[in-house]
Design a protein around this ligand. Structure first.
Ligand SMILES: Cc1cc2nc3c(=O)[nH]c(=O)nc-3n(C[C@H](O)[C@H](O)[C@H](O)COP(=O)(O)OP(=O)(O)OC[C@H]3O[C@@H](n4cnc5c(N)ncnc54)[C@H](O)[C@@H]3O)c2cc1C
Ligand code: FES
Ligand code: FES
Length: 1348
């Protein structure tokens, strides 16, 4: 029974009854800490990533209907789900009851890598399928859902994945849509050739399979209906959660003495907690959802009235509904456009909870940059407010302009009027039309991105009876989110325009007025960009109405939506079967079903406490003390751990690499913003996180030098780290001679490259459990368990054999969990050691981004000499690499930069590289560390030379590609044999397969016909050197014939376990005739454990998979050598024998069935990887937004060990590269403190940013001597190929600049400009020109015969 004062709900059909709970507990927190379900993950805690998505169903006892939708469980309050049913990914299916077809298709389409995002993806897809299947669309063919492919693709628009590159996930989604051509779906295990594509081969979809609302709960609801009407019996006073059923009850509560003295929060969907982070607890919650007036939906001839608690999703649904009886088509147009715009707000799983009223209150009270306020303002909406003593109806404008309302003012409803055409004779016109448009420019088209500016315009226009000119009769021009207190109407512009015939001159005047109004307030980022957006949108709206302009640009302004398409050509060989077979990733299904365990999924043991870091916000200061205000949350602090808690014999060490150690805690002096000062310990992770944010750190900078925050500062103060001579790259040729040979020189040009954050979906985490006799077990999400073990032992002052570090799998690492995971594991171990209790630490997204560091920023100054034909003869570089506070990996970066830069033949190459020590977080290895910068620097120089010479950049690029001879000169033995240099062939083949030259022509043609959309197409080659490192492997055969394998490498999503498994089966195949496939089924790879397998090393550099495979292959050969003689003996006695018999006999005869090896590669093991990519982009000159229309990649994988895995690495890496080159901008404040510290401010690529047409060829270049079964690396090199996108954007910008240049388009300022990554939309627009519209219009004035 749903007992009064108790919370009753179901999760995956299981009943939960909670008598007492902190009302601020989120559903996610409950699921993860108090249920056995681990599917919902914590990725951001702010509604921005989708890792936590679950399906929430409600039952209406009156209609008997169940309605459900996806929600982000990190924002949903547990108390708000009373009598609801929650379905997590485990509830769809699991390893015991059978997987759901969603899980199976994720596995079969190779759509899960690290798997951390996968459960959330599955639930977003499930919700979209459920929505579609509940429509009254015709029944789909068997095996399909009613979903349409466009909807299917959008199903995951709010979910982030850092590994896969989204394409395979989109294919999974589309595989459920009946209107998809299955042949177009990507590489999968269900069919080998597209011609074989058939729904029968797919795991069958049954829309009725999952029961989302259990019968028992329906019964409980039916029987308790009468007792659930008011706050007193539905809310639980123990819970401090109230749900008044009327305004009387609400005000009664608010006026009660108990409430007046309390810290109360009123909520509907509670999504505001994702926007404005709570750093203290509330002691009482009031849910407004019980007041019926807040949920009304009324539609009549006057318009729509929507209750304030109506969710955005519901509003979209009703606004889209057609009702011919009451509304004419124009009225519907307004509602339809509002709905369309709302579809771009937040994400589906946020919109399903977020209320309209909550949004408007946030806009009114907290100046939130709302879309909804702007569009409703333009639509002339009104709001109805309930005050304690009266009810008010205000226009939305009055509401927004008023002083912030207190929380006793309740927004009841919003009325959106119905706009219709009518006769009007005052202007000599007969009838007017209504035009309504809305606009937004945001870092992502869909998927959680608040806009830089949004606007909505409503106009009544009529055509003059006599002249036919268009006259503006009425106008609402609303603008918001541009750094204003609230959305506004541009009244001056409206007044100026009304009654006028719209001509170019009138438009110019209107723009001038608008620019005086749209002025972002002080401190807003990109103020001029935002103003220019206002102009752009106004122009876009009025252009078709403006005399002499309407015909000029026709459809030119609209960028069409394109459905994703792709093609994969995967060349593989099964010569070494099962190595080389494109099998699905090990554990892919359990990753999808949420059963795969990550560190934070390990059930907390008895007495577990949780830790959170207090970090410095000053870069260089003395710490005078740390205090805490007395707040609800600070009363939850159980312990505080600091440098003073390091045991005797231990050391203040948090990380260590070959070159130096890094302290765990700042001592008396903090040396960078983000440095650990102490650890707050509490009973839950949330309390610990909140309490840590409450810490007040007292600093003093008296007598201290200013911090060093840039490479320029470092040079001034000679603050450098040494690069050991053995790691300093070698120069090539004679620079002076090369410069002498040059016909031209560019001297001292600059390229600047910024940092990038790892943004793994699983933030840094560890779980430490004290063991007997001064031992400790630490579960760490690390790429370097051996290093972690060493650091912990040093910090605690105990031998390494006392420290067991275990890593099962890592939810994305990208280098960020090589050394940067050590401080977390060490802090956790120290705290556990000190308190003698288990401790977990799971960094919140913001702390992770602030403390962990990232890619190395650098400044490059180069001088280059070249011939008139573009052949470069000499290059000199001055490189200032910002290493941050400690050496970490940095001394290795110099070589990495240079090896990838050497992809071109520079003639002579010399450089001066300095590693700058600065007061910033330590920069560390991030996927392709140094290599991506080196490769890009090379491209920037090539571009510069080409534009200097006014030559086609393709000519210069090709002219400087290596011959095999020059390759050898630059790379020595790594270059291998001549036939292994496949790059020239790759490039030629790619030009043909991607129709490069044809498309070049088409792009030129497109650009000549379009002013506001420009395209660019470009290609880049890559050469990437890798070096496998020594790695151990151990293969053991158990009594029953099953095989267990341990390797030095860690599974971080890169498919290492899959390759190793294939190799183990291959390695043992001589022992089981015809049994390779069966052997594959018998192999299990187990977690890394530093006391079981030593010398594991670190998993980085793209080669750990092949090194682990090679170690396993050697271990297998030891077993083969032990078992083969026995097998032969037995066969002589018994004839052919089975595997099981062989192993049983081996056991009986005491054969050692476990073999360990330590593979040490030869000195000559480094080798080169090659690939090339062509990318085509379209930029919107008005907003700076880039759409990647197409990308074609060819990558030489040698003979792939596991082609589906390598394909995933290539695609995922490329998309991560798009992040670096296009959208990820890591910002810091003037103290070097990272400010882009979450999903709101840091934008990794999402499904709507990947290439619309994405084609990959995984090339098999056959046999390679000295490689592991002829394979090559795939994890990092393809990231560099994304430079092609940047290069294509550069071309598109160039075309725009040529169009809008007031000087000669061939002027060098048009073609040559500083364009450093990332090519964010603000930068693209700036380079195209912030005043293109004005320039364009002004240029038209003299040509319009005085009529303007
Ligand atoms: C990840 C994410 C992305 C987003 N992106 C966008 C975007 O692109 N564009 C955009 O416009 N918005 C965006 N939003 C904002 C979102 O629309 C709001 O968070 C949401 O609408 C708030 O509704 P809620 O029901 O969750 O409010 P709650 O969080 O429950 O409440 C918000 C505030 O309003 C008060 N309140 C709520 N209802 C009432 C009422 N009826 N009367 C008086 N006070 C009330 C509450 O007390 C609280 O102070 C985004 C939000 C998130 C989390
Ligand atoms: S964890 Fe909830 S959306 Fe990211
Ligand atoms: S598989 Fe999506 S985040 Fe790793």
């Amino acid at each position: 029974m749903a007992a009064a004062g108790k919370l009753v709900f179901a999760v995956n059909g299981e009943r939960f009854e909670i008598a007492e709970v902190d009302p601020s507990t989120t559903l996610l927190e409950f699921l993860r800490t108090r249920s056995r379900f681990t599917g919902p993950k914590l990725g951001c805690g702010e509604g921005g990533c989708g890792a936590c998505v679950v399906f929430l169903s409600k039952y209406d006892p009156i209609s008997g209907q169940v309605n459900g939708s996806s929600v982000s469980s990190c924002l949903t309050l547990l108390c708000s789900i009373n009598l609801c049913s929650v379905t997590t990914t485990e509830g769809l299916g699991n390893s015991k009851d059978g997987f759901h077809s969603i899980h199976q298709r994720f596995a079969g389409f190779h759509a899960s890598q690290c798997g951390f995002c996968t459960p959330g993806m599955c639930m977003s897809l499930f919700s979209a399928l459920n929505n579609a299947d509940n429509t009254n669309r015709p029944e789909p063919p068997r095996g399909f859902s009613k979903i349409r492919k466009y909807e299917a693709e959008k199903a995951i628009s709010g979910n982030l994945c850092r590994c896969t590159g989204f394409r395979p996930i989109a294919d999974v989604c589309k595989s459920f849509a009946a209107d998809v051509d299955l042949e177009d779906l990507g590489f999968n295990i269900f069919w080998e050739k597209p011609e074989d594509a058939n729904v029968e081969r797919l795991p069958p979809y049954n829309q009725h399979k999952v029961c989302t609302f259990p019968e028992f709960l329906k019964c409980e609801i039916n029987s308790s209906m009468n007792t659930l009407k008011s706050s007193k019996d539905n809310g639980s006073l123990e819970c401090q959660w109230y749900r008044p059923a009327s305004f009387e009850e609400l005000y009664e509560l608010l006026n009660s003495s108990e409430f007046i003295e309390s810290h109360v929060k009123m909520v509907v969907g509670n999504t505001m907690s994702g926007v404005y982070k709570e750093i203290n607890l509330y002691d009482k919650y009031i849910s407004l959802t019980g007041i019926p007036e807040l949920s009304i939906i009324e539609r009549n001839s006057k318009g729509f009235t929507l209750g304030a608690a109506v969710t955005i999703s519901k509003a979209i649904e009703v606004l889209k509904e057609r009702d011919g009886s009451t509304l004419n088509s124009e009225g519907e147009l307004v509602f339809g456009k509002i709905a369309e715009h709302m579809d771009k707000v937040a994400t589906p799983f946020v919109r399903n909870m977020a209320s309209l009223g909550g949004n408007l209150i946030m806009a009114q009270r907290y100046q939130f940059p709302s879309d909804i306020a702007t569009i409703l303002l333009a639509a002339g909406s009104t709001v109805c407010l309930q005050m304690p003593s009266e009810r008010l109806i205000l226009s939305l404008e009055e509401f927004l302009e008023g002083p912030p309302y207190d929380d006793r003012t309740i927004l009841i409803s919003i009325h959106i009027p119905y706009w219709s055409s009518a006769s009007n004779s005052s202007f000599g016109t007969s009838k007017y039309n209504i035009i309504f448009e809305t606009y937004r420019a945001a870092p992502r088209p869909l998927g959680n991105a608040v806009s830089y500016l949004n606007s909505a315009f409503l106009a009544h226009v009529a055509s003059d009876k006599f002249s036919g000119d268009i006259v503006l009769l009425k106008l609402h021009l609303a603008f918001g989110a541009y750094g204003t207190e609230h959305a506004i109407r541009a009244r001056k512009v409206e007044n100026f325009l009304v009654g006028k015939v719209l001509t170019v001159t009138v438009l110019i005047e209107a723009i001038k007025l608008l620019k005086e109004i749209i002025v972002p307030k002080e401190g807003t980022s990109h103020p001029r960009y935002r103003t220019s957006l206002a102009v752009a949108f106004l122009f876009k709206f009025f252009q078709p109405l403006t005399k002499d302009l309407a015909q000029v640009e026709k459809n030119n302004l609209h960028i069409p939506d394109v459905i994703l398409s792709s093609k994969q050509v995967v060349e593989f060989s099964t010569e070494n079967f099962p190595v080389g077979k494109p099998i699905k990733k090990v554990a892919a299904e359990i990753q999808a079903s949420g059963e795969a365990l990550y560190v934070d999924d390990i059930p907390s043991s008895k007495d577990c406490l949780y830790g959170a870091f207090i970090y410095s916000t000053q870069p260089f200061a003395r710490i005078k003390g740390i205090t805490f205000n007395s707040t609800l949350v600070s009363s939850k602090i159980v312990a505080y751990i600091s440098i003073n808690d390091i045991p005797e014999g231990g050391k203040n060490i948090g990380s260590s690499f070959t070159f130096d150690d890094e302290p765990l805690f700042a001592d008396s002096l903090t040396e960078y913003s983000g440095q650990c000062l102490g650890i707050v310990v509490a009973e839950t992770q949330r309390y610990a996180n909140m309490a840590a944010k409450q810490a007040i750190v007292h600093y003093s900078t008296e007598g201290l030098e200013p911090p060093i925050l840039s490479v320029e500062d470092a040079v001034r103060r000679s603050s450098f780290f040494d690069i050991p001579p053995s790691l300093y790259p070698a120069k090539v040729g004679d620079l002076a001679r090369g410069m002498d040979e040059a016909d031209h020189k560019i001297l001292s040009a600059e390229v600047k490259l910024e940092s990038e954050h790892y943004f793994y979906m699983e933030t840094q985490t560890a779980f430490a459990i004290p063991d007997e006799d001064d031992c400790i077990v630490v579960y760490s999400s690390t790429q370097y368990p051996e290093g972690t073990q060493g650091v912990i032992a040093k910090c605690l002052g105990i031998p390494q054999h006392n420290v067991r570090v275990i890593t099962r799998r890592v939810g994305g690492g990208f280098g960020g969990k090589a050394t940067r995971s050590n401080p977390i594991a060490t802090a956790c171990a120290l705290t556990a050691f000190k308190l003698r209790r288990p401790i977990k630490m799971y960094l919140d997204r913001s702390t992770d981004m602030v403390m962990v560091g990232g890619r190395h920023p650098m400044k490059v100054t180069y001088s280059v000499g070249f011939k008139s034909n573009g052949k470069i003869t000499a290059l000199y570089l001055n490189l200032l690499v910002n290493a941050g506070i400690s050496e970490d990996y940095s001394p290795l970066i110099a070589r990495a930069i240079i090896t990838c830069l050497e992809k071109y033949n520079w003639g002579a190459l010399a450089f001066d590289i300095k590693l700058c020590k600065t007061n910033l977080t330590s920069k560390s290895s991030m996927r392709a560390p140094g290599e991506v910068q080196g490769s890009y620097i090379a491209e920037a120089i090539i571009e510069h030379v080409a534009s200097f010479l006014s030559l086609d950049v393709d000519v210069v690029r090709k002219r400087n590609l290596h011959t095999y001879e020059s390759l050898k000169l630059f790379y020595g033995s790594s270059s291998g044999e001549a036939p292994e240099y496949t790059l020239p062939a790759i490039v030629d083949e790619l030009f043909t397969s991607a129709s490069y030259f044809n498309r070049l022509e088409m792009v030129l043609h497109f650009n000549s016909c379009n002013k506001w959309r420009k395209r660019g197409i470009s290609w880049v080659p890559i050469v990437y050197e890798v070096e496998p490192l020594p790695t151990p492997g151990k293969v053991s055969i158990l009594n029953d014939g099953s095989i267990v394998v341990e390797v030095g490498g860690v599974e971080i999503g890169q498919g290492l376990w899959t390759k190793v498994k294939q190799m183990a089966a291959f390695g043992l195949e001589q022992l089981w005739d015809e049994g390779r496939q069966h052997l594959l089924d018998r192999v299990r790879i187990i977690q890394a454990d530093t006391l079981s397998l030593v010398q594991g090393g670190f998993t980085a550099g793209s080669t750990k998979s092949e090194a682990s495979c090679q170690a396993v292959r050697l271990a297998c050969s030891i077993l083969v050598s032990r078992l083969k003689p026995l097998k032969q003996r037995l066969e002589e006695q018994m004839g052919s024998i089975s595997w099981d018999t062989l192993i049983t006999q081996a056991n009986l005869q005491y054969v050692n069935l476990s073999a360990s090896t330590y593979w040490v590669p030869q000195d000559t093991s480094s080798y080169l990887n090659y690939g090339a990519a062509i990318s085509e982009v379209e930029i919107d000159v008005l907003t700076g937004a880039t759409t990647i229309l197409r990308a074609d990649l060819t990558y030489d994988c040698g003979q792939s060990l596991s082609p589906a895995v390598d394909l995933g690495q290539i695609e995922g890496s490329f998309v991560q590269g798009i992040g670096f080159f296009v959208c990820e901008k890591l910002e810091e404040n003037s103290d070097g403190l990272v400010t882009s510290d979450g999903t709101w401010t840091y934008k990794i690529p999402s499904v709507d940013t990947i290439p619309k047409n994405f084609n990959i060829r995984v090339m098999n270049s056959g046999h390679h001597k000295d490689r592991v079964l002829s394979s090559k690396a795939s994890g990092e090199p393809p990231l560099l190929l994304a430079a092609s996108v940047h290069s294509a954007i550069r071309k598109a910008i160039r075309s725009a600049r040529a169009d809008f240049s007031s000087t000669d388009p061939n002027n060098s300022s048009v073609s040559s400009f500083q364009f450093d990554p990332p090519a964010t939309m603000t930068l693209v627009k700036e380079l195209c020109g912030l005043d293109t519209v004005e320039k364009y219009l002004e240029a038209l004035v003299p040509t319009t015969h005085g009529e303007v």
